[in-house]
Every structure is written in structure tokens, then in C-alpha cells.
Design a protein around this ligand. Sequence first.
Ligand SMILES: C[S@@+](CC[C@H](N)C(=O)[O-])C[C@H]1O[C@@H](n2cnc3c(N)ncnc32)[C@H](O)[C@@H]1O
Length: 474
Amino acid sequence: MSPQRERRPSRPDRDRPAPRKQGPRRPPAEDPARRVALDVVRAVRQRDAYANLVLPELLRRRRITGRDAALATELAYGCARAQGLLDEVIGACVDRPLSSVDGAVLDCLRLGAYQLLRTRIPEHAAVAATVDLARADAGSPASGFVNAVLRKVSQKDEQGWLAELAPDRDADPIGHLALRTAHPRWVARAFAEALGDKGEDLQAALEADDARPAVHLLARPGEISAEELAAITGGDVAPYSPYGVRLPAGGGDPADSEPIREKLAAVQDEGSQLCALALTRVPLDGPDERWLDLCAGPGGKAVLLGALGAISGARLDAVERAPHRARLVEEATEGLPVTVHVADGREPELEPGFDRVLVDAPCSGLGALRRRPEARWRRQPSDVAELTKLQGELLASSLGLVRPGGVVAYVVCSPHLAETEGVIAQALRRGDADALDTRESFPGVPALGDGPFVQLWPHRHGTDAMFCALLRRR
Ligand SMILES: C[S@@+](CC[C@H](N)C(=O)[O-])C[C@H]1O[C@@H](n2cnc3c(N)ncnc32)[C@H](O)[C@@H]1O
């Protein structure tokens, strides 16, 4: 971090004496909110940082609070989410390829274009403040370029640019919605294929990625009820999970709340709760004592399974390949009947014969894009091919570890058909398992389609887009 960026910004001073005629020019007063936003945009571009980790740290270090913090958040996250749309518009205003524009200058153009297209910040303020930042970071000629490009951007609003740049909605509905909602085309196509829709449903699913997700809590079974937790936290009992609570927006850091500090509750999306619960809801003949979580880190679902196992008399083995994540599982499940193993789930060297197995496989995370502003632009289609191989191997391993008549829940936080139905279809072709109607293990949850598997969606269920398939071993 350069000393210049760490400097506390100077504020305009009305009583300042008239400027000197000679000597070095004072640097223009920098707006602290925009400076933070620009530094976040830059960290995302330069070092693949996560915006939602960098931003809170910068706000804290620079002691930025209140309205400035709110503006910095809106600009940093908004810019990261809308990057592809912003680049398309900037590209239309620059007479050379964007790849030849200096990175520091491009950061400023994105920040300026975001303000012009997606906020109510007056045009002159958006342009002038961004040009000041460009001058500080890239020098005067670059700031002149930024000024000229942003003036062109400001000649139309977002709708005007979309009318000019977006593919025709009838001829290319996916391309149209991809640009309109600022998603890469391949992500929009993956959503469309999972939804079986290229119209309003697809638009709603894509738009939901820009909404701030509500924080959900898990009321640990046997420790506290959802009703009690809701009363203590001021939240609402969740609509579908009997252990879920939804917190009101803007309620501060839930980690500071007493039930979480005392491990009576944990932050966990309601969709994750429903998928772990689904595994426990399938009726079994015979013993029901040995449960396995094959991809357990950091332990969210292991806590729920361990707590339910403690009540029903089952023990959970939790496998995690990454040692530091296995430690998190150990900490999270302390006091529960859970044994943690650092191992590869494809060959965990555990005694087979499990009654219930959860495979919460590593995935593209396309179902949780609303949680990571930049994620939609960072993921690549090639990631999916690599992941499906691992997902298939983990699922095959789980079917070797579960007893005949036992059940496997295959879960991913992605609606991409290659990661969901594709992996399952391949496993079923081996002929040692049957697909169950997974919807029956999601009682009360509406809009689950034709089955047999379950795909949750933010725009339908208010959860991450989790996929769950229940299989029974022959
Ligand atoms: C989607 S996360 C699991 C989330 C977890 N079930 C929870 O609810 O908190 C997938 C986990 O699988 C782990 N993993 C990746 N490859 C693995 C492998 N071959 N064997 C076991 N775990 C693996 C990752 O490190 C990651 O922690």
C-alpha cells in the first residue's frame, strides 16, 4: 500500500488563506469514500482480492463510518458486480481496446461510469471526484483522458446505453439479459438452462444476485429453539427450516450477538440448513447410527448433523481435505458426537457401512454470487469442467461408503446443470443407486418443480441457489 493511499485525506478549509501564486500545487481534496471504493476495485483487479474482505478492513483502518462508509460500500460492491456492463459502455467511449488501457486508469473509469450509470450522484460530482483520483494515481494526462471518457459515458443513462449495446431481446434473450443484469453470458446461459426459461424467471434469478442477502441463523437443535433465537435477536422464524431465523437487514455483525458467542446459534443460510436436514429426513430400514460428512469444512452442516445426531443417537464422521478447514470443523462441532478426519474424501480410509452420507461437494459457487460481488466475473467456464470431475469422484466414493439401503445427499451451491444433474446422471449410470424424490424431504418448500431433485433459488426461496439430490444405495 503506498503512503499516498494511506494518507488521511485533507478536507476543504474555508478559512484557508488565498492560494499562493507560486510553488507546488496542492493536491486536490480527495473524497475518502471514493478513495476506499477505488482501492477496493483495484485490489480486486490487481491481486484477485475479495471485495467483501478488503472493504471492511479499509473502512476500519481509515476510520470511515456512517454515510461515507455506505457510499464506499455501494460504489465498491456495485462496481465489482457491474464490471462487464461498465466495460461494455466504457469500450464504446474509447477508440482503442480496453485491454490496452492502463489498469489504474481503467479502475477510475469503472468507478466513474458506475456513479454515472447506476447512482443518483450528480454528473459533475461523479466526474470531478473521479478525475481527481485519476490525477493522484496516474497523473494529469491520464486524468484528462478519464475526464473525456466519462463525459462521453454521461451522454446517456444506463437504459440508453443498453438500448444501444444490448443484443435484441427477441433474437438473443440470454445475451440481452446477461448485459442488462451485468452477468457473463455463460453464467446467464447456465441459469437459463437450469430454470428452463429465458424470460422473466431468468431475469428475476439474475437480478437477485444484486440484492443483499438477509443473514440467516441456525438455532442449534437441543440448545435453543428458533422462536427463542428470533426473540433474542429481533429476527423472524425462517419460513422453511424449523431451526432457521432470518435477521433484519442492517442489524450489525451477527457474530457479536450473544447466542452466537455462546455457540447456541451459528450463521447459516436457510438453504444449507434445508439440504443437511433433507439427508436426515429420508426414512431408513435398519440401523441409523453412523453418519458421514465427506466434505465438511468449515463445518456449517456438520454442526447441524452433529446436533441432530446427538439427539437421535447417531455419530458423525466429518472428512475434510484442508487441514486448516478441518480445524474449523473441530472448533465448530466441539461437544457434539463428531469425529473429524483430515483426509481426501475420494479415499478417506474409513470403514464402509454408513447409514447416511452428505457430499457437500466443492463447486463453482454460482448459487451464491450475491455473496461475493466480483465472483461472477472471476469464475470461468473451464472451472466447471475441473469441478465436475472431482464432484463425480466424491459422489462415487460416498456410494462405496454407504450401506445398501442407506442414503446419500449430493449437494452443491450451484444451479449449473453439469454440476447438478450431470454429476448425478453419471453416478446413476453405474447402477448401484436409485434417485429418490428429493422434494419429499423439503416439506413446505414451494416451487420445487417437477423433481426428482431440488434446486433452490434466491428469487424463489430467499436462499442461496443450492441443489440437493438424494440417492438410495441398492
Ligand atoms: C462446499 S464446501 C463444504 C461446506 C461444508 N459442508 C459446510 O456446510 O460448512 C466443500 C469443502 O470440501 C473440501 N474438499 C475439497 N476437496 C476435497 C476432497 N477431495 N476431500 C474432502 N474434502 C474436500 C473443501 O476444502 C471445502 O472445505
